[in-house]
Design a protein around this ligand. Structure first.
Ligand code: SAM
Length: 302
């Protein structure tokens, strides 16, 4: 089978199957071999590795992954692409093509089955309409992960690296920074894709942490708190948290906790660092009534 990462071969296979791009699936296929090589290199795939590829499209990157890795699971939502993938990947016996929505797939089960429960590597040119839910699901889920190397919208890459107090800062920034070490691999212009997206793109590598950078009693609860803090960006943190009925927090308790952390009652969520969210979560979360982390947080960097 011909290498797909060049426009001529991509067009040929698309025409053969009379394939029509579906905007709703965020289909922008890579047609630049340099970018493909860069992604696979950044992912550091070796013969030992089981790789999960999200959205293989016509199998362009999958071919590279099959060449370097031990086993590849390629999860594609669009059933029109399955016969194409069966052809383009017919030369490989180390690939599993799965026709499924990645958000519905039990990834932990797959990691267990194909990698004995050991941390897996995820590689993807992500569909931009669901980049954030996919990344959040991977980071917050219970699948052991080694790294995520992904093409994302440039703006999303900026949000991943954003610092407190900036407009890009939010739940995604905090999740990425809490669960991983993020690195920008390359900026990628629209002409590397077919069809061309209307935005710039970037390849990022998230190396997942075994031990988190910040100690917190209940990370899942902290992220419920973080989401609530950013749901209503214009509101004060106090109101945002109080309005989130699922958290069951009354205003007095929130103000008291903010005071304990030396924060004003009018502070907004976007001003808090990861360390401060962790401290707030320990104070307000389950079992937090007796906890006082004031001293520790005052000593931490912002
Ligand atoms: N990997 C291919 C490439 O680089 O040329 C295609 C990348 S394209 C940006 C995103 C791919 O993800 C498309 O093939 C699309 O059909 C697929 N996709 C979209 N939503 C998905 C989902 N929820 N689960 C799995 N695949 C999805």
């Amino acid at each position: 089978m011909a290498v797909l990462g060049i426009p001529r071969n991509t067009i040929e296979i698309l025409q053969k199957y009379d394939f029509h791009f579906q905007k709703k699936f965020g289909q922008n296929f890579l047609i630049d071999t340099h970018v493909l090589e860069k992604i696979v290199q950044a992912a550091e795939i070796s013969r030992e590795d089981f790789v999960l590829e999200i959205g293989p499209g016509i199998g362009t990157m999958t071919q590279y992954l099959c060449e370097c890795g031990r086993e590849v699971m390629a999860v594609e939502i669009d059933r029109n692409l399955i016969p194409i993938l069966q052809e383009t990947l017919s030369g490989y016996d180390n690939v599993h093509i799965v026709n499924e929505d990645i958000l519905k797939l039990n990834i932990r089960e797959a990691a267990e089955k194909y990698n004995g429960g050991k941390p897996i590597k995820v590689v993807a040119n992500l569909p931009y309409y669901i980049t954030t839910p996919i990344i959040m699901e991977l980071l917050e889920g219970d699948t052991p992960l080694e790294s995520i190397t992904a093409m994302v919208q440039k703006e999303v890459a900026d949000r991943m690296k954003a610092a407190p107090g900036t407009k890009d800062y939010g739940a995604l920034s905090l999740a990425v920074q809490f669960y991983s070490q993020a690195e920008l691999v390359a900026n990628v212009p629209p002409n590397c894709f077919m069809p061309r997206p209307g935005v710039g793109s970037a390849v990022v590598r998230l190396t997942c942490r075994r031990d988190s950078k910040v100690g917190v009693r209940d990370a899942k609860w902290m992220f419920r708190l973080i989401r609530a803090s950013f749901n209503q960006r214009r509101k004060t943190l106090q109101n945002g948290l109080h309005n989130e009925s699922g958290l069951g927090l009354d205003k007095e308790r929130i103000v008291e906790a903010l005071e304990q952390l030396g924060l004003p009652a009018t502070v907004r969520g976007e001003a808090l660092s990861l360390e401060q969210f962790a401290a707030l979560s320990d104070l307000l979360g389950p079992g937090g009534e007796d906890n006082d982390r004031k001293d520790r947080i005052h000593g931490s960097d912002q």
